[in-house]
Design a protein. Structure first.
Length: 313
């Protein structure tokens, strides 16, 4: 569905800082000032053409709203998303963004109530698995989640979207931070889920919400790698080794379910602008074929009694 943002009040709520951070984090190039005009030119090559966006230097400029409207429209076209989705991501400077979308056209088909509930359930289960792994990596999770995981899930928000079908965006708020504080991968004492001195992508004092999102990205990355190795003929040893990086039976089940119901799922992760992070944005794809492998891995994890297969974190 094509939706244009015309609400001047909504557009005026977007800050120049949010726009600049968004453009830089997504590979747009700062070309410097545009002549004598108080604006900076950002460019990006995509689809065989060079795109340009003007970012005003101050939120108080008279044409601020017009610049934001044009930026949102261009970004929507380049990213092949609705203007509403782009608007919500631009306004999410204080949150890590997890975006899921079908890679085979299913994102454009209307869902029934049951299908919508299934999509939300598996997205929820995916974040639960990642958050629990951020506390303590395990091959399988049973029983109740901790209060820290529950608090994190209560703060994650589903972004309203006018794009029908298998597509949704989640915002996970994170506290403001200054990023790479210490190069050492050290832990300080303290209860699970609190600010921990760990070098999560250069964020030495990563709070639990950032740790959960980073664990999700790391787990999906290792699952992708393990799938490729398994297709090449290797056994599930690589999956077992990936447990320490957040891969679990629960996570495998959720990714597999999303891939099957969406006929292939793409999961993108972007880091909150308010908390600098040394890790690049993450993009993952899981096909229906890879879903079969993930289901077998989940069954293998649940049936395995050989704990030595799973290295300690």
């Amino acid at each position: 569905m094509k939706v244009q943002i015309r609400d001047r009040e909504a557009l005026s709520s977007l800050s120049v800082g949010d726009l600049r951070s968004y453009l830089i984090s997504r590979g747009w190039n700062d070309e410097g000032p545009w002549g004598n005009r108080p604006a900076t030119i950002y460019t990006k090559e995509h689809g065989g053409r060079n795109w340009e966006i003007l970012a005003p230097s101050r939120d108080t400029l008279g044409d601020h709203v017009e610049c934001m409207a044009e930026a949102v429209a261009i970004l929507a076209e380049v990213e092949e998303r609705s203007q509403l989705d782009v608007f919500y991501d631009l306004s999410a400077a204080g949150a890590d963004v997890v975006r899921m979308r079908s890679v085979n056209g299913a994102a454009g088909k209307s869902l029934s109530l049951r299908q919508s509930a299934g999509l939300l359930d598996e997205a929820y289960n995916l974040l639960v698995a990642a958050a629990r792994a951020a506390e303590k990596p395990r091959a399988v999770y049973h029983g109740r989640m901790s209060s820290h995981v529950a608090k994190y899930l209560d703060e994650v928000r589903l972004v309203p979207s006018y794009c029908e079908g298998y597509a949704l965006t989640l915002h996970a708020p994170v506290p403001v931070g200054v990023g790479a504080i210490s190069p050492k991968n050290q832990k300080s004492p303290g209860p699970a889920g609190m600010g921990v001195r760990e070098n999560f992508g250069g964020d030495s004092y990563a709070p639990f919400p950032r740790r959960a999102t980073y664990t999700l990205a790391r787990a999906l990355n290792h699952a992708n790698t393990a799938i490729a190795e398994t297709i090449a003929g290797d056994a599930f040893k690589l999956f077992a080794k990936a447990v320490q990086h957040g891969v679990s039976a629960n996570l495998c089940d959720s990714v597999a379910a999303l891939a099957m119901m969406a006929r292939g799922i793409e999961i993108d992760i972007f880091w909150a602008d308010v908390r600098p992070f040394n890790e690049p944005e993450s993009h993952f794809r899981f096909s229906e074929q890879s879903a079969d492998i993930l289901l077998k891995v989940a069954k293998f994890f649940r049936n395995s009694r050989n704990s030595s297969l799973f290295p300690k974190a």
